[in-house]
Design a protein. Sequence first.
Length: 162
Amino acid sequence: MQILVATDADWIVDDVVAALSGDGVSFIVCREGRVVCDQVLEHRPDLVITDLQIGSMGGMAVTMDLRLDESSGAVPYVPVLMLLDRAADVHLARRSGAEGWLQKPINPLQLKRATAALIGGGTHPGGPAPEPVVEPEGVGNADTEPADDGAKSPEEEPATAG
């Protein structure tokens, strides 16, 4: 198995290599987002792990670039695991076309599971923030309605002359 790690942070390279090293596993480290597609074409890795922040071209742009080049036939398909800075970045991973994501700091067990899922042809949502439940106005029940704190709504308050 060959894994391309796209980051300019040494600690991320160290954490990924420590968690995923083993027999038959090799790593390509790419420190510039702009050359990830070239490296994918040259080395044909089984997985790309990209940091959200990589110098002048971050993980979202790298993933979108890979998907665009893949759609034109310029590079082969390769699954992408994006390493996010915060839970709020999940939408960036989704919109860019990444098959999986994890929030930093890297948990070695989660990284192993995500890698296995993506190389196996699946996805790994990495515990994204739950989607908010939005109910239509006027719908609800006693368990979900806010408690009455005695405050009056603007419609209930008498008009005052100024």
